[in-house]
Design a protein. Structure first.
Length: 250
């Protein structure tokens, strides 16, 4: 498959992959990993790919002057959905409560589709809404491994605090670069997240969010930073988050 074909089939939202994988891995590793986790991860990624192409179809169908622009997304939707269905059926037969988890995620996906239809995928609210089901995979993976909700809420809160903060921080670096209001909002948010971590999440995560606060305050004032550098920094922080979660709750 050519690189052009890969770009057509795989999303170009590189930051989304860490948000998809880190909460899942944390939930799996904080519980007892089973072969079912591999199937759940496959279903989760296939679902993301299918929904991504549905959203692109909606965006182009209602906003593009080229009638063929949306059509190129129909084949990926069909393929990824066809691959997802047997995985999903097997998982629901094994653990019927997973169907309830999917129902809980549906309203958030509906909001994301609404924004896509209106060509406003980069809206702040849309990004924040997308964080919720992604972080919700932590309790799902933990429960699948025999853990309980009591074990899941604090690690899930840590993921939610970090990835929601990432939405704000990345905007200060790219689309809202130079906006003082966004810098203040990002800095204030990260200060609150640090306070929550210090009170609720323990020293490892408090230290992690102190690093996040430092980068939210310092990096935007450095001027233009390449998108790749911003993404690499968030990838490193995602690994540090996973490490801090395992040290704190493992």
């Amino acid at each position: 498959m050519s690189s052009r074909a890969v770009r057509r089939w795989l999303p170009n939202q590189h930051g989304a992959w860490a948000m998809l994988v880190v909460p899942f891995l944390a939930g799996m590793l904080l519980g007892d990993p089973t072969p079912w986790h591999a199937l759940l991860l496959l279903a989760w990624l296939l679902g993301y790919l299918a929904v991504f192409h549905v959203q692109q179809w909606l965006r182009l169908r209602h906003n593009s002057r080229n009638p063929r622009a949306a059509a190129r997304h129909t084949r990926p939707v069909r393929l990824f959905t066809a691959a997802l269905v047997p995985c999903g059926v097997a998982l629901v037969v094994h653990a019927p409560w997973l169907l309830l988890a999917a129902v809980c995620a549906a309203p958030f996906l509906a909001v994301n589709c609404w924004y896509a239809r209106r060509n406003r995928e980069r809206a702040l609210v849309n990004g924040l809404v997308a964080v919720v089901p992604a972080c919700g995979m932590l309790p799902v993976a933990l429960l699948l491994g025999g853990g309980g909700i009591a074990d899941a809420w604090r690690p899930a809160l840590a993921c939610l605090l970090y990835f929601a903060g990432t939405v704000l921080y990345v905007k200060t670096m790219i689309r809202e670069r130079g906006s003082a209001s966004y810098r203040w909002a990002s800095g204030g948010y990260h200060a609150v997240a640090l306070g929550v971590a210090a009170v609720v999440l323990g020293p490892w995560l408090a230290g992690f969010f102190a690093v996040c606060l430092g980068r939210a305050l310092a990096v935007p004032v450095l001027g233009r930073v390449r998108v790749g550098v911003v993404g690499a920094g968030e990838a490193v922080l995602s690994v540090l988050l996973l490490t801090a979660l395992l040290l704190s709750f493992g």
